[in-house]
Design a protein around this ligand. Structure first.
Ligand code: GTP
Ligand code: NAG
Ligand code: NAG
Ligand code: NAG
Ligand code: MG
Length: 397
């Protein structure tokens, strides 16, 4: 009898030890952030205040997913970035929820919010509660969101009036022009952005339709990519009549900034004489901030800015970024994320290839995919890069 009781006691002791070991090991899987050591992961920074700590995720997601990059210690120096107004709160919340569910809950990257006005308490509270990483809120300096002194105000006002009559979308908007100029030349230089090397731009009311089970920032770095896209299309000509002239003026004065193995074939059908209006849609971008902060890009932006087209026309940041990427990056530094299924009104990118969609639990209708439509430039991107179009693309036009 005594022998059996001792035996039982050993078993109970061993079980208690096992349970304790389990708890200790599961709590040590909370991801660490190398360059934020000293700051607990759970504390949010809002200006110089902190909100109360949120519980860190303790249950790693195991179902059909790769282990989080955070657990392997290879977390990237990266952030999401969103330009928004307080009135965009509910629309950006929908976007954040989807980005978190499909990707960021597994990685917990930070999110920087920028605004030309102060963010209000409700915006800060709601977005902070939705983002799994740290959130930061920045106000844009007036110099980056106003008319430069070399702009003739009367000339700019006359253009807006004319574009209004022609019913050009956002043609009479001043704020839209500041927004496009800011996204073209300044967001990557905001003090909050200087802390990062990689960004992923997110706009209000976008959708993500497939799981993203790997670290897209790490993918960019490992594959030497600097810029990426999911949708491409032709720009509305009326908004950029002299953009290509301005680009040609820039490349003539700065030939050193144009790389040899560029993607001119994506932009032009006559070897650079004229622009075919193809561009990557910039409401989605994963890119390298150090490239945007490089002398080449900043010289380019300043040259375009001085020609006045952000105000005398209505240049969008999409063609501005795209032309830079196509001329100043090597072909193979631009990546098409076929596996990131995405919607921004009115276009959808839904991955071609049924197996991909099943594997990634996609909920987009492949019939909505824009890639192989005649108004998309993605086919051209494939051709310029000598890429084989995905299986089944002909059927999914
Ligand atoms: N702070 C601030 N953000 C703005 C302003 N105008 C636009 N934005 C943001 O800039 C980005 C682009 O603006 P959108 O209105 O989405 O422009 P768009 O994508 O060309 O047009 P939509 O089809 O309306 O989405 C979004 O993230 C907006 O929230 C503004 O005046 N102030
Ligand atoms: C930061 O803290 C100072 C001093 O406590 C305060 O005056 C200031 O308003 C704070 N700024 C923000 C953005 O919270
Ligand atoms: C992150 O990137 C920024 C910009 O390149 C750099 O200044 C900063 O030192 C980087 N941080 C780390 C920890 O590498
Ligand atoms: C390009 O340069 C020429 C010559 O200096 C100038 O007349 C023209 O206005 C410039 N075009 C643009 C769009 O800046
Ligand atoms: Mg938008």
């Amino acid at each position: 009898m005594a022998g059996t009781q001792r035996y039982l006691r050993y078993i109970i002791f061993a079980l208690v030890c096992l349970i304790l070991l389990f708890f200790i090991s599961s709590s040590s899987t909370v991801p660490a952030t190398p360059w934020q050591s000293g700051k607990p992961e759970t504390v949010k920074e809002i200006g110089n205040q902190s909100t109360s700590p949120k519980t860190a995720p303790t249950t790693p997601n195991t179902q059909n997913e790769l282990p989080p990059a955070t657990a392997s210690g290879s977390r990237m120096n990266a952030t999401f970035v969103t330009l928004a107004r307080n009135s965009d709160l509910w629309e950006i919340s929908r976007s954040i929820r989807q980005v978190e569910d499909r990707f960021n809950r597994k990685f917990n990257y930070d999110w920087v919010f920028l605004n030309d006005d102060d963010f209000d308490d409700e915006f800060v509270k709601v977005t902070t509660s939705l983002v799994s990483g740290k959130t930061k809120y920045g106000k844009i300096p007036t110099e980056h969101w106003s008319f430069p002194d070399f702009i003739d105000q009367d000339k700019a006002a006359a253009v807006r009036e004319e574009m209004k009559e022609k019913k050009i979308i956002y043609g009479d908007s001043i704020s839209y022009r500041h927004m496009c100029r800011y996204e073209s030349g300044f967001f990557f230089r905001h003090p909050l952005m200087l802390d990062y090397e990689w960004y992923w731009r997110v706009e209000p009311s976008i959708e993500l339709f497939c799981d993203i089970n790997y670290d897209t920032f790490k993918f960019m770095a490992d594959n030497k990519k600097k810029y990426s896209f999911v949708l491409s299309l032709y720009e509305y000509v009326e908004t950029i009549p002299t953009l290509w002239d301005a680009v040609k003026n820039f490349t003539a004065t700065h030939p050193e900034h144009v790389v040899k193995d560029n993607s001119m074939g994506f932009l032009s059908d006559d070897n650079g004489e004229s622009y075919n209006h193809c561009h990557f849609w910039s409401n989605f971008e994963i890119g390298n901030l150090d490239w945007l902060r490089s002398k080449a890009y900043v010289d380019y932006f300043e040259s375009l800015d001085h020609s006045g087209g952000f105000f005398y026309e209505r240049w969008g940041d999409a063609p501005v970024h795209s032309i830079a990427a196509a001329l100043m990056l090597q072909k193979d530094e631009i990546h098409f994320f076929n596996d990131i299924a995405y919607y921004h009104v009115p276009f959808t990118h839904c991955p071609t290839g049924q197996q991909t969609r099943l594997d990634l639990k996609c909920h987009c209708n492949p019939k909505d995919n824009f890639d192989w439509n005649g108004y998309s430039c993605t086919s051209r991107f494939y051709e310029v890069n000598g890429m084989t179009k995905p299986e089944g693309y002909e059927k999914e036009q």
